[in-house]
Design a protein around this ligand. Structure first.
Ligand code: SAM
Length: 288
């Protein structure tokens, strides 16, 4: 184990960013266990939750809470300790800290304070779900949680519509149906995967089009557990036909003599696509 970094002649502690399991307690690396055992303090999002993991591995390192509601007051205390040569491990409830959880804030402060931040990689729900999804994984876009407000959600989804790569969302079980429905109406009925309760007893992977998954899940009394949703990116073919549609609508809009309704009927008919899809684009063009 190397000596702690020396900054201005002073010894400093290190902040270890430690990935923990997303369900199955065996999904933790040997190095993570050693670091959790050796550090002076573990900053945990939920100390009760992390204590279960530590007890499973007979680790008795001291824990302190660090979560979304105390991050602003707790981070400076932790930075002081790091500057005073404490080695600290940061863990969150599941997976890799800073991926859609409050970890990012402390890491940012550590960076500002010139503290050495060390990665101890491991599980991450987004990567675990992508790796078994069967969707294109050469390029992907991690979206995380969508905004709750309808207007903001729609804006974000509109912005994602043209992305030609797999989209990854984290979603709470009680908002999943709404998100699936919003996706169908904004990005269209694409291939998708819902990975629920990965690595846990009730693990389930549902594949199909967004509307098929929506139908499957709508039949249930209640959706439980943690869910990651993956949606196929926009296909090249879709791009081309949409570009043609927009070009033709633009031409008709410039002519000025054609009504929105007639333009929509002409273009939708020519390309054999739904009028609703063309209508949205036409309204935008005729309004501009
Ligand atoms: N930092 C974590 C990571 O590396 O995956 C994610 C933290 S975020 C607060 C929690 C979200 O991750 C859940 O709402 C769910 O969308 C996803 N998630 C966590 N555990 C999961 C699991 N076992 N199966 C599917 N999705 C999971």
């Amino acid at each position: 184990m190397p000596l702690n970094l020396l900054t201005n002649g002073k010894k400093q502690g290190r902040l270890f960013v430690v990935a923990t399991p997303i369900g199955n307690l065996e999904d933790i690396t040997l190095r993570a266990l050693r670091i959790l055992r050796e550090v002076d303090l573990i900053a945990a999002e939920d100390t009760r939750h992390t204590r279960k993991l530590l007890s499973h591995y007979a680790i008795s390192t001291r824990l302190v809470s660090y979560h979304d509601h105390n991050k602003e007051s707790r981070a400076p205390e932790l930075i002081e300790k790091l500057k005073g040569n404490w080695d600290i491990a940061l863990v969150t409830d599941a997976g890799t800290p800073a991926i859609s959880d409050p970890g990012y804030f402390l890491i940012g402060k550590a960076k500002e304070g010139g503290i050495r931040v060390v990665s101890v990689p491991g599980a991450c729900a987004a990567v675990a779900a992508l790796s078994i999804s069967g969707l294109p994984s050469d390029r992907f876009l991690f979206v995380g949680f969508l905004a709750r407000k309808k207007k903001k959600r729609t804006e974000v989804l509109q912005g994602l519509k043209s992305k030609g790569m797999t989209l990854i969302f984290y979603e709470s079980p009680h908002r999943l149906l709404r998100t699936l429905a919003d996706l169908v109406s904004v990005v269209g009925d694409r291939s998708a995967v819902v990975a629920r309760e990965l690595t846990k007893y009730h693990e389930e992977v549902i594949r199909g089009s967004l509307s098929e998954i929506l139908a499957t899940l709508s039949d249930r009394d209640r959706i439980r557990g943690e869910c990651t949703l993956l949606v196929e990116g926009r296909k090249e073919k879709e791009f081309k036909s949409d570009e043609l549609v927009v070009d033709e609508l633009e031409r008709l809009a410039k002519e000025g003599s054609v009504s929105v309704k007639d333009a929509v009927r002409t273009v939708a008919g020519k390309h054999g696509i739904s009028r609703g899809r063309v209508y949205r684009e036409a309204l935008r063009l005729w309004a501009s």
